[in-house]
Design a protein around this ligand. Structure first.
Ligand code: ZN
Length: 321
């Protein structure tokens, strides 16, 4: 059977999020929306169309532990007593979001935002924002959580779906692929609009992982899959995934060229580059652009076109001549 799409509102720029329902042989939900009264109402309405309530759900499967995808998992698990399944990679974020977000917030304030040259006041705001998200996110009790691994097969809708690891937007991103029907639950890996390559806290004593180059590798792996229908985490299901992938690659390369031109013009810090690249956004909204920009700079460094050194603890980008 095909996954049934239920669209749930969020308060984020990305717009509504999709959860997918399988009704047979048992009701399973893949992702479940942000914890918000409107989102819960929409979920109830979507389930009611199939004569179901959250208490009927036998399993919630999470593609990646971002609040728009996993936010209502604890509530559903409490009502139905069902397990919440997630890849082992995402377990910590699901059961202890407060700790994980506060680790990210501190890494941003003490390392990443400082290195990017973000002014102190703005860095404090961003740190406080992430810490707040962690506090606002309801943890899923560990006893409700069951983990699976990359490469495992999950039974959903009477078919076997393989768990694929597709990092880039999130290091914890998994997608589910059904090879016989060539259906692909892509979560936030393949979206109508390129997902943001979120900068993640590196493991202790490890360098920061370059999210956009990693995302590009995941794109290549998606392109190689034989897919008929993509069921994305946001927006309408679509076909012709290779066409979409090529379009996104083209745009990434174009924007990477824009970033290179700015470095050539003498913009040195990520903060200055961000303000030029995203001058058309009000300053408070440019932060999301920073993730993208860091991605372009990571690609340019990997290609040897841009180099970086530290000046007073701040990344200083320059063109490799
Ligand atoms: Zn999402």
């Amino acid at each position: 059977m095909k996954p049934i799409r239920i669209e749930l509102p969020t308060e984020f720029d990305v717009g509504p999020v999709n959860c997918y329902l399988f009704t047979e042989p048992e009701p399973i939900l893949v992702d479940c929306g942000v914890e918000l009264p409107q989102s819960w109402e929409a979920l109830l309405a979507g389930l009611a169309e199939h004569n179901l309530t959250p208490a009927d759900i036998r399993r919630v499967v999470i593609t990646h532990p971002h609040v728009d995808h996993s936010g209502q998992a604890a509530k559903i698990a409490t009502l139905s007593g069902c397990p919440v399944w997630i890849a082992d990679l995402g377990y910590d974020w699901l059961v202890d979001p407060q700790k994980m977000f506060s680790l990210r917030a501190d890494y941003y304030r003490d390392h990443f935002l400082r290195q990017a040259g973000i002014p102190e006041e703005m860095a404090q705001m961003i740190q406080a924002y992430f810490a707040q998200v962690g506090t606002d996110t309801m943890p899923v009790p560990p006893e409700s959580v069951q983990t699976f691994r990359v490469g495992d097969w999950l039974e959903m809708g009477g078919a076997q779906w393989q768990v694929l690891h597709m990092p880039g937007h999130a290091s914890t991103q998994t997608c589910f692929y059904q090879p016989d029907s060539r259906q692909f639950l892509s979560a936030d890996m393949l979206l109508p609009k390129t997902p943001t390559p979120i900068v993640e806290r590196p493991l202790p004593n490890q360098p920061r992982q370059p999210s956009l180059p990693i995302f590009m590798e995941s794109l290549d792996r998606c392109e190689a899959l034989d897919i008929d229908w993509v069921y994305p985490g946001h927006g309408d299901p679509f076909q012709n995934h290779r066409q979409l992938i090529q379009k996104q690659r083209d745009r990434i390369h174009k924007r990477k060229g824009d970033a290179l031109a700015l470095v050539q013009q003498g913009y040195r810090t990520a903060y200055d580059l961000m303000n030029e690249m995203y001058a058309h956004y009000p300053p408070a909204f440019r932060f999301a652009g920073l993730w993208m920009l860091i991605g372009y700079l990571d690609l340019l460094q990997a290609e040897g076109k841009v180099e970086v050194n530290f000046v007073d603890g701040v990344w200083n980008f320059y063109v490799n001549k």
